[in-house]
Design a protein around this ligand. Structure first.
Ligand code: ADP
Ligand code: MG
Length: 210
């Protein structure tokens, strides 16, 4: 699919779907086009930053999770070892920009994919980001902890003040999505991440437009 096709599909009210394996320049262009088309079609420039940041975060989480599952399986790192922090240094190295091409090769060989679906109408926009590895117990626990913790705050500044000591290196993705939803007056529970059919993980946001 070309970026122009994406814009046309949105304009015609059709769903948009595409597969990706890494968030490279081409995919960033797609996402950019998609966001621009949505805010134009529904005349909601106020949602630009929200849609762009949350989509990017969900996609990168899916890409990262796929790579992590591959790497940990290859290195025989089980849930117990993962909980002790084993394997993360190598994961970080692979996620480094310079290693993007290598990861792309791995993803293609191993069939690691992220599938994006956008459904939209004047009522709501729904984003589904599916990566084809299922969340482990540790990951499910992390998602729940991040989500529950973020619910206690009203904005990122408050959150920062409560976590200033342990901010270094800690992921802010889920926290950011929850707090951004609160910021635009949408119930944070319209965001979820769940395992689907034992084979994949789906992150979903339902964004009401009224
Ligand atoms: N698609 C996913 N598959 C598996 N685990 C996930 C997924 N999305 C999020 N997670 C889990 O939630 C954690 C927190 O995510 P996030 O807040 O975005 O921080 P970060 O991505 O920097 O770790 C991740 O470290 C991971 O354990
Ligand atoms: Mg993240």
């Amino acid at each position: 699919m070309k970026p122009t096709d994406i814009a046309e599909r949105i304009d015609r009210g059709e769903n948009v779907t595409f597969d990706l394996c890494v968030m490279d320049f081409e995919i960033q262009q797609y996402v950019h086009t998609l966001v621009q088309a949505l805010i134009k079609t529904y005349t909601r420039p106020d949602l630009e930053e929200f849609i762009y940041s949350t989509l990017k975060e969900m996609i990168i989480n899916g890409v990262k999770a796929n790579l992590k599952h591959y790497l940990f399986r290859a290195k025989n790192i089980d849930d117990a070892a993962e909980a002790r922090g084993i394997g993360f240094d190598e994961l970080k190295r692979l996620l480094d920009e310079n290693e993007l091409e290598r990861f792309k090769e791995i993803a293609e060989i191993e069939g690691l994919k992220v599938h994006l679906t956008v459904m939209h109408s004047t009522e709501r926009i729904m984003f589904l980001v599916e990566n084809n590895t299922p969340m482990t117990q540790n990951e499910r626990r992390r998602v729940r902890e991040k989500f529950d913790c973020a619910l206690q705050y009203d904005n990122i500044f408050e959150y920062y003040m409560g976590h200033a000591d342990d901010m270094e290196g800690s992921g802010l993705g889920i926290t950011m999505i929850v707090l951004m939803l609160k910021g635009i007056g949408v119930d944070p529970h319209s965001f979820s991440i769940h395992v689907q059919g034992r084979t994949s993980t789906v992150a979903k946001i339902q964004l009401p437009l009224r």
